[in-house]
Design a protein around this ligand. Structure first.
Ligand code: HEC
Ligand code: HEC
Ligand code: HEC
Ligand code: HEC
Length: 161
């Protein structure tokens, strides 16, 4: 009897976790679908320290240069592939389109980790921006193919600010 009760409560807990996980996902999806990319310069106004450290120390802040350095000889299609990781929000609503159309988004900026920031910029509400990060947020660009041993924990703060 006891065993069964335990199993049931374990199932209950699992269901709870799943519901929480799904609500979380739905909330993230909603925020992401409404918020648009604004570029790191906009964050500077209120997060001067993070902006200064990021601009000085993070390679992301200059990632478009890396693409330009190897641009010669690349086809248009190959170049677009680079944009997926070296710019902010390429192929996503309000994200990078081209250097001339969206210059503020040409490097991989704050929002590649924190998500699009237009809602947060207006509300200044921490709920409107992604703060809790996990390795998932890095893997779209730092994939196994590209980085042999991407070790999330030691790198988490190294690549940010
Ligand atoms: C007009 C001011 C303003 C702008 C612009 C702004 N923020 Fe914020 N941000 C705040 C305030 C206020 C808070 C909450 C107080 C605090 O923790 O400093 C905050 C908190 C945060 C947090 C922490 C959230 C948490 O849950 O602890 C992150 C991450 C963040 N902002 C990222 C950004 C990014 C990325 C941008 C640019 C896209 C940005 N902010 C633009 C005002 C701003
Ligand atoms: C949109 C793609 C993208 C995402 C998402 C992303 N990165 Fe990066 N990251 C890059 C690119 C591109 C570079 C290299 C820039 C260059 O050298 O041109 C880089 C460089 C780095 C570096 C090298 C050191 C440095 O000074 O920049 C670290 C560490 C790093 N990222 C950590 C992370 C972590 C941790 C996450 C997740 C929280 C993450 N990145 C998410 C694209 C991304
Ligand atoms: C899947 C994501 C991804 C794509 C696509 C991608 N890069 Fe990168 N690139 C990264 C990451 C992450 C780093 C930094 C970490 C590393 O060295 O593995 C990086 C590093 C670089 C560097 C080295 C910069 C330095 O300081 O050492 C150059 C140059 C570069 N990329 C150019 C390109 C070009 C050109 C393209 C398109 C042909 C491209 N990348 C496509 C993710 C990507
Ligand atoms: C490589 C991913 C990455 C990038 C790019 C990045 N951040 Fe962060 N950010 C983080 C991580 C990781 C934390 C710590 C989250 C935690 O405490 O769990 C953080 C925390 C913050 C916080 C909360 C206060 C603090 O310093 O811990 C603010 C504000 C913030 N970031 C703003 C910015 C701004 C502004 C930019 C661009 C100039 C930026 N971030 C770029 C990963 C990133």
């Amino acid at each position: 009897m006891l065993g069964k009760a335990r199993k049931l409560s374990a199932l209950g807990a699992l269901a709870g976790v799943l519901v929480l996980a799904c609500t979380g996902l739905a909330a993230t999806a909603r925020a992401a679908s409404e918020a648009r990319y604004v570029g790191s310069e906009v964050c500077k106004e209120c997060h001067e320290e993070q902006y200064a450290r990021f601009t000085k120390y993070s390679k992301k802040a200059h990632s478009f240069k890396s693409v330009l350095a190897l641009k010669k000889g690349l086809s248009e299609g190959e170049l677009k592939k680079c944009y997926e990781c070296h710019t902010t929000g390429y192929n996503q609503p309000g994200g990078f389109r081209s250097e001339s159309e969206t210059p503020a988004l040409k490097n991989a900026g704050c929002e590649v980790c924190h998500g699009p920031g237009s809602l947060h910029q207006e509300s200044q509400d921490p709920k409107d921006i992604r703060a809790k990060l996990s390795a998932k947020q890095c893997e779209s660009c730092h994939n196994a193919e590209r980085v042999g041993a991407f070790r999330f924990r030691p790198l988490l703060f190294g690549g940010a600010h």
